[in-house]
Design a protein around this ligand. Structure first.
Ligand SMILES: NC(=O)c1ccc[n+]([C@@H]2O[C@H](COP(=O)([O-])OP(=O)(O)OC[C@H]3O[C@@H](n4cnc5c(N)ncnc54)[C@H](O)[C@@H]3O)[C@@H](O)[C@H]2O)c1
Length: 373
């Protein structure tokens, strides 16, 4: 494949365009907004200049890469693309409409991919004339720096389309992991307890600084509240809500009042200047740091266990996706091996017994933990 297409040149689309331009492919790119199209070259140059300044790229390489981004005004100019990835607004109707137009433009064997974070890939595929060449390629932000890409099939995706998408993403240096078409795919679903259990602890009276400090002391690069502050409390809330709704409001994805309040009051994190912790930093770990970490990790293992039990994914896939997608020091099944199913099962049992009525069922152990008893 020599040419890819990118539709939507916001945060993700421009990052995805950079990934493929850096890998030597021609990138045909467009956006519905003229000003966004017009600024794309300059924004890509700014991103690449940072690499030049860091000594990771020569000015000549930068110019070659910039020359590979071809911004076009019309979807009709994307006919040469062997793969088109969309990163437009997260709206089902918009995405369906876009793909129904795109499939009339590209060659019959071209692959079409969505970068959606929260929509069902199968739902986006509905109504396509050739749904077999449609799939999800879920990049993480910032796309040039994040190695992980989740490859998502819907029931009708063909092996040929999956192979082609995997090959081109791998050739661009990505680690491609198969993910089932379920809310949050692997990372955004199985990471929920990292935030959720920290919020449960907050609700019980612990403070964000000590929870983050405890997690840092266990080798994590960033604590849950600092991570929410980085992502944006609003974005993080949407992710939790979408899994909560899609699972019939299961208490494992309970939406905590503290987060709703933070969003309602505009305490969104870095982007608004104030968050759960930001601009403060985590302090010294509390004396019971290990207990805090054990609790958060037990719920991470349990979530991964439930996810595994639903099928379409391997323990290795979950482990690697979590390590890469969140830069965690270990995946949930590494934690399971290290801590053992028995102690994790017992800890979840104690948490379930102490849970308030609206959280009952939150700590029900996954089959992988009960089977080992
Ligand atoms: N931001 C993230 O961290 C992240 C991570 C992974 C996936 N995603 C997904 O990527 C997609 C884009 O997210 P983003 O954060 O880059 O959004 P963004 O708002 O930064 O960019 C979206 C762009 O799409 C353009 N657009 C809207 N409708 C269009 C249309 N019909 N045709 C062409 N262009 C159109 C907009 O003008 C805008 O420039 C979403 O589906 C999102 O869920 C986002």
């Amino acid at each position: 494949m020599k040419t890819v297409g990118v539709v939507g040149l916001g945060t993700m689309g421009l990052g995805v365009a950079q990934v493929f331009a850096q890998a030597g492919l021609a990138v045909l790119a467009t956006d519905a907004v003229r000003a966004v199209r017009d600024s794309a070259q300059e924004r890509l140059a700014t991103s690449l200049n940072a690499r030049v300044q860091a000594g990771k790229m020569t000015p000549e390489e930068r110019d070659t890469i910039l020359g590979r981004l071809i911004v076009v005004d019309e979807l009709g100019s994307m006919a040469a693309a062997g793969l088109v990835i969309e990163a437009v607004v997260e709206n089902l109707a918009t995405k369906r409409d876009l793909f129904s137009k795109l499939e009339r433009v590209v060659a019959p064997e071209a692959v079409l991919a969505t970068n959606t974070s929260s929509l069902s890939v199968g739902a986006v595929a509905e109504g396509l004339v050739q749904p077999e060449r449609f799939l999800g390629l879920h990049f993480f932000n910032p796309a040039p720096a994040q190695r992980l890409v989740e490859l998502v099939r819907h029931p009708g995706t063909s092996p040929a389309a999956l192979k082609a998408a995997r090959q081109v993403a791998e050739a661009a240096g990505k680690r491609v992991i198969d993910a089932p078409d379920r809310p949050g795919f692997i990372v955004n679903r199985t990471a929920r307890p990292f935030y959720g259990e920290a919020l449960a602890l907050l609700e019980e009276g612990r403070n964000a600084a000590e929870i983050d400090a405890a997690v840092l002391s266990a080798g994590y690069r960033i604590g849950p509240f600092s991570l929410i502050d980085l992502i944006g409390a609003d974005i993080n809330l949407v992710a939790t809500r979408s899994v909560h709704e899609a699972t019939g409001r299961h208490p494992r994805y309970h939406v905590f009042a503290a987060q709703e309040a933070a969003v309602a009051e505009g305490r969104l994190g870095r982007k608004s200047g104030r968050g759960f912790l930001f601009p403060e930093l985590p302090g010294q770990p509390p004396r019971d740091a290990e207990r805090i970490v054990a609790r958060i990790e037990a719920t991470l293992v349990n979530e991964a266990g439930w996810f595994l039990s639903e099928g379409g994914v391997t323990a290795e896939g979950i482990n690697e996706a979590i390590r890469l997608g969140l830069s965690f020091p270990h995946g949930p099944f590494d934690i399971l091996s290290a801590r053992g199913a028995g102690p994790l099962h017992a800890l979840l049992g104690a948490l379930e017994a102490a849970a308030p009525p609206y959280l009952k069922g939150r700590y029900a152990p996954a089959p992988i933990l009960t089977e080992a008893q």
